[in-house]
Write a protein that binds this ligand. Sequence first.
Ligand SMILES: Nc1ncnc2c1ncn2[C@@H]1O[C@H](COP(=O)(O)OP(=O)(O)OP(=O)(O)O)[C@@H](O)[C@H]1O
Length: 241
Amino acid sequence: MDKAIVIENLSKKYKNNRGIQDINLEIDRGEIFGFLGPNGAGKTTTMKIMVGLMKADKGDVRINGYSISKDYEQAMKNVGCIIENVTPFPYLTAYENMKLWGRFYDDVDDTRIDKSLEITGIIKYKNEKIKNYSLGMKQRLGIAIAILSNPNVVILDEPFNGLDVEGMVKMRELIIRLSKQYKTTFFISSHLVHDIELTCDKVGILYHGKLLNIDSTQNILKNYSSLENYYLSEVDLNGDA
Ligand SMILES: Nc1ncnc2c1ncn2[C@@H]1O[C@H](COP(=O)(O)OP(=O)(O)OP(=O)(O)O)[C@@H](O)[C@H]1O
């Protein structure tokens, strides 16, 4: 199986002793992986290391076969991400913001900008200033920016945060469609069990910096009535850090 992301023995300890400890996981090409954990579990820390915003104490991450510590440029070549918040310039339009982002890449032209806005369903607001965007529209713009360079791996920190019901449904549909249509691999962090259950093929539970378990959503739902029940039982069994 073609592995899009491999995380090996990843550890990072902050001065206050919090952080992540010995994370191991593998994600197949085209899979939607849900990184589920409560506030402070270490999701953002892991994702920051994955995209090179922070250095690990130990371990490594391979993306598309390339190590982020040894071959950072190659590893990042096909990655799009939103870690914490994207902050588009409010007084620029979506198009102008995308144009600025596009300068980071060699092969992003106006056609690709339009395509990204089209895929994420905000092409009709292309020439509107971001200050007039709703939160859901801004989240979509975040995805549009993340997929601008046509990456095959997309890493999203809390993409459902702050969205209303309709916004969540649309975000979910968008992620699933991209994974099916383009075989894009997604690594999504969230503390929203329900959205992870409905969106992700595979789920890893992070608790107090440790990965408690990792399994396919299908398997989990064979044995538990909901992902929430599985989550609570895993935390109850193994969660004492
Ligand atoms: N720069 C830092 N220095 C010290 N401690 C930190 C730092 N960044 C994060 N932490 C701590 O490390 C732990 C993991 O934080 P992290 O932001 O990775 O969690 P998270 O799972 O993303 O949480 P949330 O869902 O609230 O965003 C937390 O206890 C946090 O307080």
